[in-house]
Design a protein. Structure first.
Length: 319
């Protein structure tokens, strides 16, 4: 084959169809092309490659050794090209392009790997990027257009942002184990109730963290003044401080996915229905995604709801 030649894709398709149907006439009918045109394409292909691809026999046509060699490589190539064309066409019809999603840390640890894997399979020609940050930072990035949409707990309300509730998850109390040591005396926390939980020395994120706001709202509704001993904007450090016996805290199961966390901490679900938070999607009304007609939103929402239904988001329940 001449080093400068370029093999015609149409010729390769005709070649593959001739082999599939074992005849030029049948291939021409299948392709809806005149038989002479198909024959010319094969002749040109043989000329370009410098080899003979078919031998005529009483049984019809048979592949030569070179023909078999080419066929083994051409069919997977054509199938891959057809699949690629199909995926790109479907993606274009759905108006799907690259997407940037904002997640807070707990949601990111739970669902980011699932979303990335599902997205890569469904929209392989579009990139997905996950940005993990605190809720206030996510709101700022959403408003600036750096994010297409976000998934956050207990979302704040903004006139220019749409909100789509997804599910609710329990807020749990985390406490030191008996052998934790630390500055606090051990409490077995039997008969734990709302007032007792909120009266413990707490470590909480600073305002306006959604978890902090929720805990303060619950306390205010019951006339309780909470004792915030420490303010930390890192759940990993909060968990470490609690595990060392220096405070109690509140979190959700999504932050306790690590088996080691469950061994270092005691976890209590409170019977009061107030100890829960809602996870929602948010986006700009005039942004690239609209919940009423966006294939991206529909896909991400469906995958998250399925994650909850499958029990992959601990403690979560659909709204």
């Amino acid at each position: 084959m001449d080093k400068g030649c370029v093999v015609n894709l149409r010729s390769l398709r005709y070649f593959a169809e001739i082999v599939r149907l074992n005849g030029i006439t049948a291939a021409a009918e299948s392709l809806r092309i005149a038989q002479p045109a198909v024959s010319r394409q094969i002749q040109n292909l043989e000329k370009e490659l410098g080899v003979k691809l078919f031998e005529r026999s009483r049984k019809g046509i048979e592949l030569t050794g070179a023909g078999e060699f080419l066929h083994k490589r051409v069919v997977p190539l054509i199938l891959e090209l057809d699949q690629t064309k199909h995926l790109l066409t479907e993606q274009a019809k759905a108006d799907v392009t690259d997407v940037v999603i904002g997640l807070t840390a707990g949601e990111g640890a739970t669902v980011a790997p699932i979303l990335i894997d599902a997205w890569s399979q469904r929209f392989p020609a579009a990139k997905i990027r996950i940005v993990e940050a605190l809720a206030p930072t996510i709101y700022d990035q959403l408003k600036s257009g750096a994010l297409d949409f976000c998934i956050v707990p207990d979302p704040m309300r903004f006139p220019d942002i749409w909100t789509k509730p997804l599910f609710e998850e329990p807020i749990v109390l985390i406490a030191p184990t008996e052998d934790a040591g630390g500055v606090l005396p051990f409490q077995d926390l039997e008969d734990l109730n709302l007032r007792k939980a909120l009266s413990l020395p707490l470590v909480l994120p600073s305002r306006p963290n959604p978890l902090r706001t929720t805990i303060e709202d619950i306390a205010a509704a019951h006339g309780i003044t909470i004792d915030v001993t420490y303010e930390l904007d890192s759940m990993s450090i909060i968990k470490d401080l609690v595990s060392r016996g220096n405070a109690y805290g509140f979190t959700t199961y999504s932050y306790l996915s690590n088996e080691a966390d469950m061994q270092k901490l005691r976890v209590f679900e409170l019977p009061d229905a107030a100890f829960k938070r809602h996870i929602s999607m948010m986006g700009l009304f005039d942004g690239p995604t609209n919940p009423s007609d966006s294939a991206v939103i529909e896909f991400i929402e469906g995958r998250i709801i399925q994650t909850v239904a499958d029990g992959q988001w601990p403690g979560a329940k659909p709204i």
